[in-house]
Design a protein around this ligand. Structure first.
Ligand SMILES: [Zn+2]
Length: 177
């Protein structure tokens, strides 16, 4: 059954709560997208620490620390979304928490009508966030519906515990006044 998840008068999610099982280190999402007979099973595999982190209120990225890497030379920037293996040297990347999950709006799109399957209630702002100390720019959504501009400061908001969807929707952003 699809439920609306309230976020204190802000943008709501219209989604079906998913359950999680664990196979060794990996989370497996059981997403009942089409009811009992249409459950979609999806493993997070080596990216499980990212989704576990969100459900615990922590933003986890990865960096390449392989000193033989032709690009990072062992001093890779922190990447979000994370990658399990470095695309340059193909070695496992190291997990690291973003100490201060704050940044600014690098770009945005005001979404008035979403496509089929969108689980965020429109209208909302889809935002690209530049976070200090992170080499990449993460695409996410703003919880506030106030008009925004490029450069506005935002901080991460996590959907944790019983509120967690166990998907990338567990990370949203709010304006820093
Ligand atoms: Zn590398």
């Amino acid at each position: 059954m699809t439920t609306k998840i309230e976020t204190e008068g802000r943008v709501r999610l219209v989604t079906t709560p998913a359950t999680i099982t664990q196979e060794k280190e990996a989370w497996i999402l059981h997403f009942p997208r089409f009811g009992e007979e249409g459950t979609h099973f999806h493993t997070y595999g080596l990216l499980t620490p990212y989704f576990k982190g969100l459900a615990e209120g922590r933003l986890m990225g990865t960096r390449c620390v392989n000193t033989k890497c032709p690009i990072s030379n062992g001093k890779g920037e922190l990447w979000l979304p994370p990658r399990a293996d470095c695309p340059d040297c193909h070695q496992p990347m190291q997990w690291q928490e973003v100490r201060k999950p704050e940044g600014y709006v690098y770009a945005y799109t005001y979404v008035e009508r979403g496509g089929a399957g969108l689980e965020i209630e429109c209208p909302y702002y889809q935002i690209d966030v530049k976070i200090e100390g992170v080499g990449t720019i993460i695409k996410s959504y703003l919880l506030d519906r106030k008009p925004i501009k490029i450069g506005d400061r935002v901080r991460a908001v996590f959907r944790t515990g019983a509120q967690a969807t166990h998907t990338c929707l567990d990370l949203g952003w709010e304006l820093v006044e």
